[in-house]
Design a protein around this ligand. Structure first.
Ligand code: NOJ
Length: 611
C-alpha cells in the first residue's frame, strides 16, 4: 500500500478524534488532543461561530483529569482505511470536523455487521499506537469479538446450549496462554527410508496439446473445453504446454516414467455409448489396458489404472462440472470405474506380472476432515460420513470388500423412504465383491487439503449430496491457495495417511499427487509453495517415522503449470512456470523447484545439528 503523508496525518487525526478524545485528557495532559482542538476550532471559525464548538477545560479541571487511570482499557472491533478529505462545513458535526473519509479494509473477512470487517492486523497497530502515544501504559483489551449470522448453528445452540467451536478455541488460547507452536506443527528432523521414491507428476491432457495431431480422435475433455462457459477464460487443451512436441525436453528432467491408464480424457466415441455409465466400458478398458501392457512391456514398472475415480464419477457424472458434464449418475459411473480397475489389475496379474514384474494399483484421492466443532457429536458423525463417501466409496471395495456399510445403509434407507423399490447405490454380487477385493499392489493416494464438517439435512433430495448429508467449511486461519477448495492444512496429511493405515490394512502407500496452486500475478519466488511442500512432506515423514505408515513414495503435483481442468490456466500448480505469453512456452523453475530438489537430495529433513 502506498502511503502519502497527508493520509498518515488523516489516520492519526481519526485516531485522535476517536481514542484521543477521551484518552488524551486522562493519559496525557488533562486536555483534548491538539488535532481536535485545531480542527474544531478552525471549522467553527469558518462556520462564522464566535468560538470553538469544543468546550474547554479549566486548568483546575485539567489537573483533576490528568493521570486518573491505573491502566488503559480498550474495546476494539474493526479497522478502517481513511484518507484526507475536505469535508463540508454544514451542518456542523463531529464527523465533518475530522476531515477524513472512511473505507472498509477490503482484504479482511466481512462479519454479520456491515462495515465491520474482522481486521486482525489492525489490533496490533492500535496497541502499538497506544503504546507510543500514551507512554507505554498497561493495556487491557476489555472487549473484542465478531458477530456471525450462521442461523442453523444458533438454532441448535438455543436448543442444547452447545458451545461453539470458537468457545473451545478461546479456551485453548487461555489455557496455553497464547499460541505455542503445537507439537504437530513442529518440524521433525529425520529421513525417509533409503528406498523411498520421489517424483513429480503431470497428466497427458493437461500438458500435451496437439489435440488433432496424427489423427488423434476427440476426447470428452476436448469437447467439454470447446463447449461455451465450461472452462474459465475459454481456455482449452489444444496446445496446453505443447509437451507432445517438447517430449524430449520434458522427459529429460524425469528419470523413470510411471504410467496412468486413465487420467480423465475418455475418447468421445466411448462417451457416445454412455461412457462410464455403460457397463460395456469395463471390457473395453480391459482391452485398452492389454494394449498398453503389451506395448510398453517391462519398461514400465509402475502402473496406475485410474486416477481419482471420485472426481471422474462425482464431478464428471454427478455435479457435471467436469467432462462429460453429466448430472446425477455418479453411483453407476463409480460402479463401472471400480469394476474396470479390477479387470485391468487381474489382467496384469494373470498375464503380465510374471514377465514384467511391475506394480499395479489405483490412485484414490481424499481430503482429510475434522468436525467443525470437535465436541459436537453431529459434526463428528458428519466427518465420518464425509470420509466414507469420499475415500471409502472406492477404497473399501478394493481394500476391504464392497462399499462401506455406512454408505450402503444410508443410501438404501433414503431410497426406500422415498418410495423407490431398491437402493440407488448399485450392488456388487458376492462374486464381484470377491473379484474386486484385493486388486491392489499398493495404495495410490492423492491429497491436497482438509475441510471441516457439519450435518446438513437436504430432506428427500435423492442424490449423493442428500445421502452424505454433510456440509463443509474451512477454518478462517487456514492459509489460502489459488484454488478455492484448497487451504494449507499440513496436519491433515499425516492424519489421513494414518487413517489409510488403520482402515485399509496397512498397505504400502504411494502419494501420487500433492501440491498447491497460485493464481494472478506471476512470481518465481513462490514462498507459499515452498512452505507447503516443506510442511506437507514433513507431515508425511511423521506418518512414516512416528505412526508407522508404510509410505513408499511421494509425488509433487505438478511438474509445470498446466491446464487445470475447468479452471483452465488460471490456477497454476507447477514447480516450473510456463510462460504462456511466449509462443515457445518456456519452462522456468520456480523457487519451490530447488527446495523440492534439496528435500529429495537429503531424502527428507536431516538434523542440521547432527555432524
Ligand atoms: C488432481 C488431478 O489428478 C490433477 O489432474 C489436477 O490437476 C490436480 N489434482 C490439481 O487439482
Amino acid at each position: 500500500m502506498l502511503m502519502f503523508p497527508c493520509e498518515v496525518v488523516a489516520a492519526d487525526r481519526a485516531l485522535q478524534f476517536q481514542r484521543g478524545w477521551f484518552a488524551h485528557p486522562i493519559f496525557k495532559n488533562g486536555d483534548y488532543p491538539d488535532a481536535m482542538k485545531w480542527q474544531v476550532g478552525n471549522k467553527s471559525e469558518l462556520q462564522g461561530l464566535p468560538e470553538t464548538r469544543l468546550p474547554s477545560f479549566t486548568e483546575e479541571e485539567k489537573n483533576l483529569i490528568k493521570g486518573t487511570a491505573d491502566m488503559f482499557c480498550i474495546n476494539h472491533y474493526t479497522t478502517k482505511i481513511v484518507s484526507h478529505l475536505t469535508a463540508r462545513l454544514t451542518p456542523p458535526s463531529y464527523k465533518y470536523d475530522m476531515d477524513v473519509s472512511e473505507e472498509e479494509e477490503a482484504d479482511s473477512p466481512t462479519t454479520a455487521i456491515s462495515n465491520q470487517r474482522a481486521v486482525a492486523w489492525g489490533l496490533r497497530r492500535l496497541l502499538n499506537w497506544i503504546k507510543e502515544e500514551y507512554g507505554d501504559p498497561e493495556i487491557y483489551v476489555t472487549e473484542n469479538g465478531v458477530a456471525t449470522d450462521i442461523k442453523p448453528q444458533l438454532m441448535t445452540l438455543t436448543e442444547s446450549s452447545t458451545p461453539k467451536r470458537s468457545a473451545h478455541y478461546y479456551y485453548h488460547v487461555m489455557k496455553d496462554n497464547g499460541f505455542p507452536l503445537p507439537d504437530d506443527e513442529k518440524i521433525l528432523y529425520g529421513q525417509f527410508p533409503k528406498t523411498f521414491n520421489w517424483s513429480t507428476a503431470s497428466a497427458a491432457f493437461q500438458i500435451e496439446g496437439s489435440w488433432r495431431a496424427h489423427g488423434k480422435g476427440l476426447s470428452i475433455w476436448d469437447k467439454f473445453a470447446h463447449t461455451p462457459s465450461r472452462v474459465d477464460n475459454s481456455d482449452n487443451g489444444d496446445i496446453a504446454c505443447d509437451s507432445y512436441n517438447k517430449i524430449d525436453m520434458d522427459v529429460e528432467v524425469l528419470k523413470k516414467l510411471k504410467v496412468t491408464l486413465y487420467h480423465w480424457d475418455l475418447p468421445l466415441a466411448l462417451q457416445k455409448l454412455g461412457g462410464w455409465e455403460n457397463e460395456t466400458i469395463v471390457q473395453r478398458f480391459r482391452d485398452y489396458a492389454d494394449v498398453l501392457f503389451s506395448r510398453f512391456g517391462s519398461r514400465v514398472k509402475f502402473w496406475i489404472t485410474l486416477n481419482e475415480p471420485y472426481i471422474v464419477a462425482n464431478l464428471g457424472y454427478g455435479y457435471g462440472t467436469f467432462a462429460p458434464g453429466i448430472v446425477g449418475k455418479q453411483y453407476i459411473a463409480a460402479h463401472n470405474l471400480i469394476k474396470a480397475h479390477a479387470e485391468a489389475w487381474h489382467l496384469y496379474n494373470d498375464k503380465y506380472r510374471a514377465t514384467q514384474g511391475g506394480l499395479i494399483s489405483i490412485t484414490i484421492n481424499s481430503d482429510w476432515v475434522e468436525p467443525r466443532n470437535l465436541y459436537k457429536q453431529e459434526d463428528v458423525d458428519a466427518a465420518e460420513r464425509y470420509l466414507q463417501f469420499f475415500i471409502g466409496w472406492f477404497a473399501h471395495p478394493i481394500f476391504n470388500g464392497d462399499y462401506p456399510e455406512l454408505m450402503k445403509t444410508i443410501i438404501r434407507k433414503r431410497s426406500l423412504a422415498a418410495g423407490l423399490p431398491e437402493s440407488r447405490l448399485p450392488e456388487f454380487t458376492p462374486d464381484k465383491i470377491k473379484r474386486i477385493n484385493g486388486t491392489h499392489d499398493y495404495f495410490g493416494f492423492n491429497h491436497y487439503t482438509t475441510v471441516l464438517s457439519y450435518p446438513v439435512d437436504l430432506g428427500k433430495q435423492q442424490d449423493y449430496e442428500g445421502d452424505r448429508g454433510t456440509g463443509t467449511t474451512h477454518d478462517r486461519t487456514w492459509i489460502e491457495s489459488g484454488s478455492s477448495w484448497l487451504k494449507i492444512t499440513p496436519f491433515g496429511f499425516r492424519k489421513i495417511l494414518k487413517f489409510i493405515k488403520d482402515e485399509y490394512g496397512n498397505p504400502p502407500v504411494y502419494v501420487t499427487e500433492n501440491g498447491i496452486s497460485e493464481r494472478g500475478e506471476v512470481t518465481l519466488n513462490d514462498i507459499h509453495r515452498t512452505h507447503y511442500y516443506e510442511n506437507y512432506i514433513n507431515q508425511a515423514l511423521k506418518a512414516t517415522l512416528l505412526d508407522g505408515v508404510d509410505l513408499r513414495g511421494y509425488t509433487a503435483w505438478s511438474l509445470m503449470d498446466n491446464f487445470e481442468w475447468a479452471a483452465g490456466y488460471s490456477e497454476r500448480f507447477g514447480l516450473f512456470y510456463v510462460n504462456r505469453s511466449n509462443p515457445t512456452l518456456p519452462r522456468i523453475p520456480k523457487k519451490s523447484a530447488s527446495r523440492y530438489s534439496s528435500i529429495i537430495t537429503c531424502n527428507g529433513f536431516p538434523d542440521p545439528w547432527t555432524p
